[in-house]
Write a protein of this length. Structure first.
Length: 646
């Protein structure tokens, strides 16, 4: 083999040194400068060279100073005398010019590289008690908005960077396989006001354990996993959980991870990976429950939107030692600005709408609807002016949901029909119209129990005006529009849904036919385009998923509450006629409404005024958690919002 020469070896060592980066180059330049100055100073001191106006030769210290001045200031050499001294000064000055130029170039290059690194979002996030979002999807903007609203008073209530509530910090760290600058620009556009919450974006793969370290998950308060969608939407969630679980045995703390899955078959796998650190729910099941419940109760979707959002009246937990030994029924009246809905017992079990005689014990926490977690205050009042003479406890039989029209088809359809079978009376008719072969839709329902529902299928176009007019003329009081599963992308699917919705509204205006519409929108950004004109025209979208993720990230105990509310057979939310509780036209306070509902084994949490059902600013007439001492007069068309057994 050909032997490497000394020149080759030196060149190789020099190349390795130059590749070490800016710091190594700056150190090398300083060392070179020092050696040059020291050499020139020794020459002057040992040779006795000096300017003509100097009577005594320079000492080593003075020579070092003179050479240094000529190195960093090129104008100093102009005043030198004595040609031998001038030559040394000139050479030192030329060396200084070269080294200074090189130093400026190295620093400029290093600064540019550092700025590029910052733009790429690869620097470490040094935070404690922050919320980490792994992944990128349209849901991220809703989550940021909700977290910002939840943190709006954080600086006032807590001191220090991490605060006093479980190390809470008003910071959101996002790690996604996206460009950092693009993420920041899109967030500024979609969420212009973060109410003091800092949003930090970093570029990297949430599936890479090394990239995960960038957002410091080990010091976070909560971790939210977002699915990027695609053909296998749950695989990235499972892989990210594997990356987070890598050091589970070695760390002394537990993560609080929240994730949403698309496929029921992947639920056990994700729970196996995440263990007790992960809180997971199914997107399809959540949307199916919401559609099944809201299509039979106009206005119920507004109630759930309020409960799922921190901007409304959200669900909080609070331990009130002063209420130990007090009955649940009595505790309902003890909060002026909070609506108690249940108890979390000291063993962690959650019970919504428990019997009125249930005694509160030490360690139990009340589950309440409130404007904020610090708004749950025990009232000093002990008398509540309950007007029992205004009670009107006749039961009005609800109009049965016995004819339902479903437009469109997707993978949630079977689950929606299964849930509807729990609410629709035996023999109820369901007609499904979708641009798919009837055999394919029937095959998708194989193995699903629909009890006694009579389900029929038609292959047709849900956006065809003539077909819709004929279908509506057959007398279907309830219509569900599902997002089509065969659309090439989300935007085209939502366009199909909105066209069907537009035609149905126009048909209703021109014919005078009344029907309740529940429409499914996939992309939350298209929700406003549908121009909701009333609570009957319900929009169900993945915004609800983002809201649920945020709520559970802020408080993991809220998951069993949502599960109870959205599961048939347990306590559910109903909008019942006000005349079933209070005499119409009789002014009462909400304490009276609570007492009337309690006598029927129900918990009243609000009301809906018929006179405001078209007013967006008034939440379509829905008022959750009203002031209990305020007087109100109900009409026959108004509704009381109660928590009752299904």
């Amino acid at each position: 083999m050909k032997q490497a020469t000394i020149g080759n070896r030196l060149r190789y060592q020099f190349d390795n040194f130059m590749s070490r980066g800016t710091v190594a180059l700056v150190v090398a330049l300083f060392v070179t400068t020092f050696c040059m100055v020291l050499t020139a100073a020794l020459i002057l001191a040992l040779s006795g060279m000096k300017p003509d106006d100097n009577t005594v030769p320079f000492g080593i210290a003075e020579a070092f100073w003179q050479v240094t001045m000529r190195t960093i200031d090129t104008g100093t050499v102009a005043g030198d005398s004595n040609w031998s001294f001038r030559i040394v000064g000139f050479l030192v000055t030329m060396g200084g010019i070269f080294i200074t130029s090189a130093l400026i170039g190295v620093l400029a290059s290093g600064l540019e590289q550092r700025l590029n690194d910052l733009r790429r979002g690869r620097s470490q996030v040094v935070e404690t008690g922050h919320t980490v979002i792994l992944g990128w999807s349209p849901q991220v903007f809703t989550i940021i908005n909700e977290l910002a609203f939840s943190n709006r008073n954080l600086s006032k209530r807590y001191s220090g960077r991490s605060g006093g509530r479980s190390g809470r910090s008003a910071c959101i760290a996002i790690l996604a396989d996206q460009d950092k600058l693009e993420m920041e620009e899109e967030i500024r556009t979609k969420v212009p006001k973060t109410l003091g919450t800092r949003v930090v974006c970093r570029s990297g793969s949430p599936l890479d354990p090394d990239d995960l370290k960038i957002v410091s998950p080990e010091t976070s308060r909560a971790i939210i996993l977002l699915s990027p969608g695609g053909q296998y939407p749950d695989l990235p969630v499972a892989k990210a959980l594997l990356a987070l679980a890598r050091d589970r045995e070695s760390r002394p703390y537990r993560y609080h991870i929240v994730a949403a899955l698309q496929r029921l078959a992947n639920l056990d796998t994700v729970r196996l990976i995440g263990g007790d650190e992960v809180r997971v729910f199914l997107v399809d099941r959540l949307i199916a429950y919401m559609i099944a419940q809201t299509c039979r109760q106009p206005g119920l979707s507004v109630v759930y939107s309020e409960l799922f959002s921190f901007e409304g009246a959200a669900i909080y937990f609070s331990e009130i030692p002063a209420l130990v030994g007090v009955k649940y029924g009595d505790a309902l009246h003890r909060f002026e600005n909070s609506a108690v809905i249940g108890i979390q017992f000291r063993d962690g079990a959650v019970t919504l709408n428990p019997p009125a005689q249930t005694l509160l014990q030490s360690g139990d926490r009340l589950i309440a609807i409130a404007g904020d977690d610090d708004a749950i205050h025990l009232s000093t009042e002990t008398t509540f002016d309950i007007d029992r003479g205004a009670f009107h406890l006749d039961r009005t039989l609800p109009v049965p949901l016995d004819r339902l029209l479903i437009l469109g088809w997707n993978n949630r359809a079977a689950m929606i029909l299964e849930q509807l079978s729990h609410y629709m009376p035996p023999g109820s008719q369901v007609l499904v119209v979708a641009p798919l072969p009837v055999e394919q839709m029937q095959a998708d329902l194989a193995g699903t129990d629909f009890m006694s529902l009579q389900i029929s299928f038609e292959q047709g176009n849900p956006v065809d005006r003539q077909s819709l007019e004929k279908l509506v003329a057959d007398g279907y009081p309830y219509v569900v529009i599902l997002s089509p599963s065969g659309a090439p992308d989300v935007q085209l699917a939502d366009a199909s849904t909105m066209l069907s919705l537009l035609h149905l509204r126009d048909i209703s205006r021109k014919t005078g036919q009344n029907y309740s519409i529940v429409s499914e929108i996939l992309d939350v950004r298209n929700r406003d385009l549908s121009e909701v004109t009333g609570a009957e025209d319900v929009i169900i979208s993945e915004r609800l998923v983002a809201l649920a993720l945020t709520q559970i990230a802020e408080n993991k105990d809220v998951l069993p509450v949502f599960a109870d509310l959205l599961t048939p057979g347990g306590p559910e939310i109903y909008l019942k006629p006000a005349g079933d509780y209070i005499k119409p036209g009789h002014p009462v306070n909400f304490h009276t409404v609570i007492a009337a509902a309690l006598s029927r084994g129900e918990t009243a949490i609000g009301y809906r005024l018929f006179s405001q059902v078209t007013q967006v600013s008034c939440s379509y007439g829905v008022c959750l958690n009203p002031e209990k001492s305020a007087m109100i007069t109900f009409s026959e068309q108004d509704r009381i919002i109660v928590l009752a057994e299904g």
